[in-house]
Every structure is written in structure tokens, then in C-alpha cells.
Design a protein around this ligand. Structure first.
Ligand code: CDP
Length: 225
């Protein structure tokens, strides 16, 4: 029997990553953070001193890059050509450029091919913006998570502070709103709910409650392993 495939989509800081990791632990699945893959391409572009507006060069970088993820001690680590870049891909500089980089057709094609390969044998939970709509339209369960922009900014600010990255609430909120706009309005694979996805508004939910909602849905569908 093919193992479970779960797709989680939603805007920045809506709770996807935490939910994917906890679900993965509960169900013995491998979590894949597709946003981290676009961030890894962006990091390499910046490190190489390339202009993120240069679609041809950026696409070339994305095609050449060997991106791998590992689930260790409850966290997803991202490796680029063997180097652990899990921390560097979260800097404000990478965040600033990632929506532009991820809007390029060739970049998306390269990443989607890798994501489908990772999901081919099942036993995975992929999270991102276009998983239920484009990457894995046949996923066993599709979840669309959302939350108010203010609540998402509060969560992201807390995460940045824990990592010692300085930022203000206003900056974080402005960045989230800018990326929401770019990610939802782009021509290719825009952020949107798949028709057959269940929607969870996490604004007033605890992490435990949002994971429980998904487990309930799996049980209801007889998919609980
Ligand atoms: O963690 P955060 O919510 O800030 O975002 P992320 O999941 O790390 O994704 C970073 C960016 O990558 C998003 O703002 C999108 O522009 C892009 N992305 C995408 O285009 N498609 C995906 N499947 C995942 C992320």
C-alpha cells in the first residue's frame, strides 16, 4: 500500500512548519519544508553576488543546486551541496528576495521536480504555497492554514527574537503583507486554497488544537495509520 501523503499550504507564519513537524512525529512521516528550498536558492544567489532580478542566472543556480533535507531531533535541517544552511536561510536578506526568486518558472520547475521525487514513495508531509494545487494534486489530505496578518507577525517576531535577529513588529508585519501580496498575485502557482483542501484558521488555536483538527480529519477519512 502506498504510504500517506499530506499537503499543507498557507501564507507566511500561518503555522505550517510546526504543524508539519508535529504531524510527522505523530504519524512517522518525513516532513518537507518547500519554502526552505526556495530560500536555499535565494541564499546561493546572494552569496554568489548575483542580481536576484537576473532570471536566467538565478534559474541556472536553481537547476545546479543539490538540496537535501533531514528530519533530526524534531527539526528539519536543509543542506545545500552538503552544507547545513538551516540558519542562514532565515535571515531578513533572504526573506526579502525569496518571493521574487520563487516567482521564476525555471526555478519552480527545478524545485517541483525535486519535491515530487521526495514524495514519490509516500510517507511524507510537504508544506508550502502550491503543494495541494500544483505539486501534489493527488495528496491524501490537503490542508490550507491561515491566520490574521497581525497574529502571524507576532509569531514571526517571537521566532526572530529567539534567534537573536533584531526586528520590529512593524517591519515584520510589512514583510508578511508584502509577501502575501506577491505570493498570491503571481502568475505561476499562486498561493491559494485547493478546492478539496480543508481550511484551518489558526488565529485563535493552539498548536495542539490545530494538529488535533488534522488528526481528526484523517481518522474521519479512515487514513489514520
Ligand atoms: O517560513 P515562511 O512562512 O516565512 O515562508 P517559507 O515557507 O519559508 O517560504 C518562503 C517563500 O518561498 C514564500 O514567501 C514564497 O514566496 C516561496 N514559496 C513558494 O513560492 N512555494 C512554496 N511551495 C513554498 C515557498
Amino acid at each position: 500500500m502506498k504510504r500517506l501523503v499530506i499537503a499543507i499550504d498557507g501564507p507566511a507564519a500561518s503555522g505550517k512548519s510546526t504543524t508539519a513537524k508535529l504531524l510527522a512525529q505523530r504519524l512517522g512521516l518525513l516532513p518537507v519544508d518547500t519554502g526552505a528550498m526556495y530560500r536555499a536558492v535565494t541564499l546561493r544567489v546572494l552569496e554568489l553576488g548575483l542580481d536576484p532580478h537576473d532570471e536566467a542566472r538565478v534559474t541556472e543556480v536553481a537547476r545546479r543546486l543539490n538540496i537535501r533535507q533531514e528530519f533530526r531531533d524534531g527539526t528539519v535541517r536543509t543542506f545545500v551541496d552538503g552544507r547545513d544552511v538551516s540558519e542562514e536561510i532565515r535571515t531578513p536578506e533572504v526573506t526579502r528576495w525569496v518571493s521574487l526568486v520563487s516567482s521564476y518558472r525555471g526555478v519552480r520547475e527545478a524545485m517541483v521536480a525535486q519535491q515530487r521525487a521526495m514524495a514519490a514513495r509516500g510517507g511524507v508531509v510537504l508544506e508550502g504555497r502550491d503543494i495541494g494545487t500544483v505539486v501534489l494534486p493527488d495528496a491524501d489530505l490537503k490542508v490550507f492554514m491561515k491566520a490574521s496578518a497581525e497574529e502571524r507577525a507576532r509569531r514571526r517576531l517571537r521566532e526572530l527574537q529567539e534567534k537573536g535577529i533584531p526586528a520590529t513588529f512593524e517591519e515584520v508585519l510589512a514583510d508578511i503583507q508584502r509577501r502575501d501580496r506577491l505570493d498570491s498575485s503571481r502568475a505561476l502557482s499562486p498561493l491559494k486554497k485547493a478546492e478539496d483542501a480543508i481550511e484551518i484558521d489558526t488565529t485563535h488555536l493552539t498548536i495542539h488544537e490545530q494538529v488535533e483538527r488534522i488528526l481528526e480529519e484523517l481518522r474521519r477519512r479512515g487514513l489514520d495509520p
